[in-house]
Design a protein around this ligand. Structure first.
Ligand code: GUN
Ligand code: FE
Length: 422
């Protein structure tokens, strides 16, 4: 038997669809070559001699996927939230991100971020770095050493930002090409094209990135329809477009052959939604950020019902917390306010829907990730709820709810693609 074959034993949970929470009490989750081989009440004959890690009464869940997070903003999480997006970028994001020109600072900041992300329940993430190529490669190196499997983006910005953070179009494209070449040294963590958003990126830059996307066959991430003044600004900057998403789609950077994550989509109109659906664009719903910088309440339940691809993002530092459990509860609570205050015809999100978005919904960007169906990547977290006290005896579905709402977000054990991180 291959030595990369083993099993975890415990109470196993996953969501193959948004409406279906599957629970296997006291069962074996078998890993073969980094992939899920199956779930069994009794180990079948061919597995009788494999190593078993018995997690007793603990809960075993798919690793969580953070579809949108800014590693470079981790240092100021929880600070400066009394602003809206455009002022918040000027006052908080840009000054902090300019520090990453200094590789010593980048090492401190990215070591802290990588350590905290590794200790969390997140196994995969789509990460924004800054426009600095050396610092972005350093972050990728740190993630590589941690065992995480992420997409990392060197940010592009060639207009409307402070001088110290602005590249020329030529520099931006040349540095991006060099970064894509240099990123080939990594095996677990991969590059993702990351123009910040339309207000800071010229059409010439987008056209050049589109060529690089086709040449290197890499995925793409940016921000979309987050805040009303931002959307008005994009209308002025891109007079030929019918909606914000067209500022990306006109350069073939909006799904289809270009796997794409768009963060926020709070105010996407019917045409934008139709194109996202048609092209299979991933929506990264970031409820905590939407509340902190008062962007609005994204219609995420409607997105699920209309068949969009939806995952969850922490959007640190628009969001203050890296925990995707926190993002799940924020998403549910936000959807209740939307139901009560905005759209009485669309009910709130359920717990299975929130878990689905945090696992298989966002995981699909990475391939077969985010579920325990056979053939999926063996990304698993083991949660110990014995230190969340109650006088009640809870069934397994209730224990999952309590972990999501009440745990400190730190797993007891964590596996990525079959590799044990701790
Ligand atoms: N839009 C452009 N840049 C950013 C950013 O750093 N955070 C958020 N939340 N939205 C953005
Ligand atoms: Fe963001």
């Amino acid at each position: 038997m291959n030595k990369s074959t083993f099993a975890l034993k415990g109470n196993i949970f996953y969501t193959p669809t948004p409406n279906q929470l599957v629970i296997h009490p006291q069962s074996y989750l078998v890993c073969e070559n980094g992939l899920v081989a199956g779930i069994f009440e009794q180990l079948p004959e061919q597995y009788t001699n494999i190593p078993v890690e018995d997690h007793g009464n603990r809960l075993i869940l798919p690793g969580l996927v953070d579809l949108h997070v800014h590693a470079s903003q981790y240092a100021y999480r929880g600070l400066g939230m009394d602003m809206e997006l455009l002022q918040w970028l000027e006052s908080n994001a840009f000054p902090e991100e300019s520090k990453f020109a200094d590789l010593d600072y980048a090492k401190q900041a990215y070591s802290l971020f990588t350590q905290q992300l590794t200790e969390s329940a997140t196994t995969r993430a789509c990460i924004f770095a800054t426009l600095h190529r050396p610092a972005t490669l350093l972050l990728t190196q740190l993630l590589e050493e941690s065992g995480m499997r992420c997409y990392v983006g060197k940010v592009n910005m060639d207009r409307n930002c402070p001088d110290i953070l602005q590249e020329t179009t030529e520099e931006s494209l040349a540095e991006t090409r060099r970064w894509l070449e240099e990123s080939k040294q990594f095996t677990k963590n991969k590059p993702m094209l990351t123009p910040r958003f339309t207000p800071t990126c010229t059409d010439e830059l987008m056209a050049g990135l589109s060529q690089l996307q086709k040449e290197f066959n890499v995925p793409f991430q940016s921000h979309l329809s987050e805040n009303i003044p931002e959307i008005e600004w994009v209308k002025e900057l891109c007079p030929g477009t019918r909606f914000y998403g067209e500022a990306y789609s006109q350069f073939d950077l909006f799904g289809g052959n270009c796997p794409t994550v768009m963060a926020h989509c709070v105010w996407s109109d019917a045409d934008e939604r139709a194109l996202m659906k048609q092209n299979g664009v991933f929506i990264a719903h970031c409820p905590q950020s939407n509340m902190n910088i008062s962007s609005g309440i994204a219609p995420v339940k409607s997105y699920l019902l209309e068949g969009q691809k939806v995952g969850l993002g922490s959007d640190v530092a628009g969001g203050a917390h890296l925990s995707l459990f926190r993002a799940m509860t924020d998403a549910i609570q936000c959807s209740k306010l939307r139901w009560r205050l905005v759209d009485q015809n669309t009910p709130a999100l359920t717990m299975p829907e929130a878990l689905y978005m945090a696992t298989k919904g966002g995981g699909e960007l990475f391939g077969k990730v985010g579920s325990f169906e056979p053939g999926y990547a063996f990304d698993a977290i083991v949660m110990d709820d014995s230190d969340i006290p109650t006088t009640r005896t809870c069934n397994l579905a209730e224990r999952l709810e309590r972990v999501v709402y009440l745990s400190n977000g730190k797993p007891h054990a964590k596996y990525v693609q079959g590799e044990k991180l701790f």
